[in-house]
Design a protein around this ligand. Structure first.
Ligand code: HEC
Length: 121
């Protein structure tokens, strides 16, 4: 009776270590609330503000970006920094409450986007 229980616990901890896309609600919410207005729910650069900046918002599901992500695994998290996002939001009258990013937020957001990008074609 012990072996199946251990197997179940092992499976559970695996699931916890790598939650599926659907389980990563924090990452998904962060993306939808703070990125999708430009990048689009589909990550293809289809949000309402996508064409309001110069350069416009790129499609992040292309093979070129998949390669970039593979070469620079930190590219998603580092993209949150900079003035392009707040400037474009401000120019278009979009008010986004500031967010005190935690390391977990960055991990969740990164995991959500990497998963969504890898499932896209
Ligand atoms: C105001 C519109 C806007 C918002 C909001 C926005 N982005 Fe972007 N994003 C852009 C634009 C425009 C570029 C292209 C910038 C460039 O080429 O210099 C970009 C580029 C990127 C890239 C590619 C960077 C690279 O070096 O290849 C990533 C990854 C990214 N954004 C992630 C995010 C994440 C994560 C969020 C949410 C936290 C976000 N973006 C929110 C407009 C936006």
């Amino acid at each position: 009776m012990k072996a199946p229980l251990m197997a179940l616990l092992g499976t559970l901890s695996l699931i916890q270590a790598s939650p599926s896309l659907a389980d990563n609600i924090n990452g998904k919410n962060l993306y939808l609330q703070r990125c999708a207005m430009c990048h689009g729910a589909d990550i293809k650069g289809t949000g309402p503000l996508a064409k309001k900046s110069n350069p416009p918002t790129p499609d992040l599901t292309t093979s070129a970006f998949k390669k970039r992500l593979n070469d620079y695994p930190g590219v998603i998290v580092s993209s949150v920094i900079g003035d392009l996002i707040p400037r474009t939001l401000q120019e278009n009258g979009v008010k986004l409450p500031s967010h005190a990013w935690s390391v977990k937020d960055f991990r969740d957001l990164n995991q959500y986007m990497v998963g969504a990008i890898s499932e896209s074609r």
